[in-house]
Design a protein around this ligand. Structure first.
Ligand SMILES: Cc1cc2nc3c(=O)[nH]c(=O)nc-3n(C[C@H](O)[C@H](O)[C@H](O)COP(=O)(O)OP(=O)(O)OC[C@H]3O[C@@H](n4cnc5c(N)ncnc54)[C@H](O)[C@@H]3O)c2cc1C
Length: 373
């Protein structure tokens, strides 16, 4: 046990925030998890009511899941090592690459099993995190409850914490492709953040930008109902026009060169289609609105979608260990959050008790996991 329990604000109750809360409490600290949604699970809380008046997701706060989504890595690689993501006999989705409901079931079961729900303040949005030199605690966290039926209380509350763990995810604020001529193009644009089901694209000609996991899934989804689907892909050397796929009405193209007033979308290889919709499957931006950008800023910047300065994508060197970030790398699964956490919690521990390192309180450490992979 540490000599002094550290009062920690954890922002977000997705996979990162939940495992953070568990590890902090296990190390004898006092986490409080702030979650603006009405349930724990983060990204995996499916929201079928994505706002139709904001198809490009400018106000993006809701989850980015679409109805057909299945995991793109096997369940064995997603579970925490002492709480494996295994199929439950007779319940849920037993597939190795299960649907999104199964991941939510797993995360909510994780929260129940380790008694984390009592640590989470649901429907409570963190508005501001500031350094506080006036009290023994290092940070002031301002937050507002959104629980009330009229959209929440205007009253902003304030609380002091010794440390802050930022676990707010990075799949909520859409990144859009920059398309010459798009302002005069008469069709409809949408970002994958707001895509849920293919039905609205019945009989339409759809241009999809991007062919990473979301672009692949959504193009196949839509090809089942649309007249034509054209996917613009950034790759070298440029794809030939109309490279065919397994779907008779789905083609791969080079990137878009421009969009025109007559409704045409012109690709870099000179080919063109008249399209009804452009669907951006172009990823997301990091966003930390609660960290502020004025004089009180804590000095963390997002530059060209890179967050810094951070050591190992976790610690700002000038403020470690009082503030840190869990889950920033894009190509990781839940288990790596735990790896980051072990380092994070052990720093608190070392600062407080002159412990020799994480092995002292977490003897099974990473090695047991590494052996099983
Ligand atoms: C379409 C899609 C498919 C994916 N597929 C896979 C997959 O197959 N396998 C895989 O391992 N990963 C996948 N991922 C990545 C997925 O994001 C991670 O698995 C994981 O869920 C991220 O967890 P997190 O806790 O970092 O963030 P999130 O799950 O995004 O949780 C962040 C939480 O913070 C809350 N929050 C944000 N700001 C505030 C605030 N100011 N105040 C209070 N609360 C706040 C949010 O409401 C949210 O609940 C996918 C992601 C997407 C978008």
């Amino acid at each position: 046990m540490p000599s002094r329990s550290v009062h920690v604000a954890v922002i977000g109750a997705g996979a990162a925030g939940l495992v953070a809360a568990r590890e902090l409490r296990r190390a004898g600290h006092l986490p409080v998890v702030f979650e603006r949604a009405a349930a724990v699970g983060g990204t995996w809380v499916y929201d079928d009511g994505a706002p139709t008046d904001d198809p490009l997701g400018a106000g993006g706060t809701h989850s980015s899941l679409y109805a057909s989504l299945r995991t793109n890595i096997p369940r064995e690689c997603m579970g925490f090592f002492d709480f494996p993501f295994v199929a439950v006999e007779g319940a849920g989705d037993p597939r190795r690459y299960p649907g999104h409901e199964e991941v939510l079931r797993y995360l909510q079961e994780f929260a129940r099993r380790f008694d984390l729900n009592g640590l989470v303040r649901l429907e409570t949005e963190v508005l501001r995190v500031r350094r506080d030199d006036t009290s023994a605690a290092s940070w002031r966290v301002s937050y507002r409850s959104t629980k009330l039926p009229d959209g929440g209380s205007e009253q902003v509350e304030d609380e002091a914490f010794d440390a802050v763990l930022v676990c707010n995810g990075h799949f909520a604020e859409p990144r859009l492709a920059d398309i010459t001529g798009i302002d005069g193009w008469p069709g409809k644009q949408i970002h994958s953040h707001s895509y849920r089901v293919p039905d609205p694209f019945q009989g339409q000609v759809v241009v999809i930008i991007g062919y990473h996991p979301s672009g692949m899934d959504i193009s196949r989804d839509i090809a089942g109902v649309a007249k034509e689907v054209h996917v613009a892909i950034r790759s070298e050397p440029p794809f030939e026009m109309h490279r065919t796929t397994a779907h008779a009405n789905l083609w791969l193209h080079s990137m878009i060169e421009r969009a025109q007033k007559d409704g045409s979308v012109v690709f870099q290889d000179g080919s063109r289609v008249k399209a009804d919709v452009i669907l951006h499957c172009t990823g997301y931006k990091y966003s930390f609105p609660f960290l502020g950008d004025d004089d009180e800023t804590i000095g963390i910047h997002v530059d060209d979608n890179r967050v810094g300065p951070l050591y190992k994508h976790v610690f700002p060197p000038h403020l470690a260990p009082q503030i840190s970030f869990i889950g920033l790398p894009f190509k990781v699964s839940f288990i790596s959050y735990l790896h980051q956490l072990i380092g994070r919690v052990s720093l608190f521990h070392c600062f407080n008790s002159k412990a020799t390192g994480w092995l002292e309180f977490y003897p099974e450490g990473l090695s047991s996991h590494q052996k099983t992979r």
